[in-house]
Write a protein that binds this ligand. Structure first.
Ligand SMILES: *Cc1c(COP(=O)(O)O)cnc(C)c1O
Length: 370
């Protein structure tokens, strides 16, 4: 095996010399941030790439979530999933909003619309679903619930870069969608994020909020924040975008390899890809079933001994962390499916530079135990 330790994901870094011209331009123009030329260019090419009209770039996905909540003026309670990265709920808490956890669907691992509807109270203002692992939520059912009850919908689309359903990018759904370009994501700007907006007016509002609410030298229109993506991040994004399709193709090959190698291993379940979806292969989750000889943690530790750091995404559930566990919606009895999945799931390494011999060894270890 090579390059140990192997992690669950690694950023794709283009050859360094490809980045040099961008750095030279920054050094020549002295434009480091504040809606500079790279920032504006990346907004245009990303919108084109995703097939959406309006996108605002932010410094990271968490600030993008908080800015999205602010842009829609949300307060009270927001219904969300416990099966996600903790930033989803932290963005609510940090904004003075009470998270209300609803259970997930056992096949998509996304919010179960029936559980969402059951969690609505007079204080509910919105739904914050996550397209977990890039798997699209039941956007139709969620929109119907939102329309019936007069709620907003913000999608945490941090995992869903380049994921498309039959109508286009899944980030076009809901009132706003939030992307993350963190180093661990399929498309990265080191740290970064974006808000996909339905119209120019909303984007303008988001742009105001991410720049302290400053409209011009003497005018401050809102209590905004410093959420701007800087020029270094945006320049890297422009370069990364030229390589992202090749990176996704390589991820797809690894996904296919894993699936073929593991499909006949008793007790290992590779959740099928949803049909009619253009996929980004951001993650490769497997579910360890009760008839497999080792527990999920057993497999996790066995791989760890080989220098392979698989990840138990998403365990523990967000609802189990100390700041949330006393909420009534965080009770395990309210979230049986999320608890069951969190106990059995393991995400295997998947990234463009992962080597074949390593993939073979990972599947051999899992198959030999089984
Ligand atoms: C990565 C991630 C975030 C946070 O994004 P950052 O850019 O790291 O702030 C939010 N939600 C989910 C589901 C994520 O995976």
């Amino acid at each position: 095996m090579s390059n140990r330790p192997i992690t669950v994901t690694q950023p794709f870094l283009p050859p360094l010399e490809e980045f040099t011209p961008y750095l030279q331009e920054i050094w020549q123009t002295h434009r480091l941030t504040n809606a500079g030329p790279f920032h504006r260019r990346l907004e245009i090419v990303l919108a084109e790439y995703l097939g959406v009209e309006h996108i605002a770039l932010l410094a990271n996905g968490t600030l993008a979530l908080m800015t999205a909540l602010k842009a829609l003026g949300l307060s009270g309670e927001i219904i969300t999933t416990p099966f996600s990265f903790v930033a989803t709920t932290h963005a609510l808490w940090w904004s003075g909003i009470t998270p209300v956890f609803a259970d997930i669907d056992p096949n998509s691992f996304n919010l179960d619309p029936k559980a969402v509807e059951a969690a609505i109270t007079s204080r509910t203002t919105a739904i914050l679903p996550v397209h977990i692992y890039g798997r699209p939520c039941d956007v139709g059912a969620i929109q119907r619930i939102a329309d019936t009850h007069g709620l907003k919908v913000i999608y945490d689309a941090a995992h869903a870069f380049a994921v498309r359903d039959s109508g286009g990018s899944i980030t076009r759904h809901g009132d706003l969608s939030v992307l993350s370009f963190h180093a661990t994501k399929v498309f990265t700007t080191f740290e970064g994020g974006a808000i996909v907006c339905p119209d120019a007016r909303t984007k303008q509002h988001v742009d105001l909020l991410k720049n302290f609410g400053v409209a011009d030298e003497v005018t401050v229109l809102a209590t905004g924040i410093n959420g701007k993506m800087n020029e270094l991040q945006a320049a890297f994004g422009l370069l990364q975008l030229q390589h992202v399709d090749a990176a996704i193709r390589r991820r797809q090959e690894i996904d296919t390899f894993y699936r073929r190698a593991l499909e006949n291993v008793p007790g290992i379940d590779c959740p099928p890809l949803p049909p009619d979806i253009v996929w980004n292969h951001a993650y490769f989750p497997i579910l360890i079933q009760p008839d497999y000889p080792l527990s999920r943690d057993g497999v996790y530790h066995r791989l760890q001994e080989l220098g392979v750091h698989a990840r138990r995404y998403f365990y523990p559930l967000i609802s189990e962390f100390p700041m949330y566990q006393d909420l009534s919606s965080a009770a395990p009895a309210n979230l049986p499916i999320a608890h069951d999945v969190a106990k059995r799931v393991l995400c295997l390494p998947i990234y463009p530079t992962l080597e074949l011999e390593d993939i073979v060894e990972i599947v051999d270890v899992i198959a030999e135990i089984g």
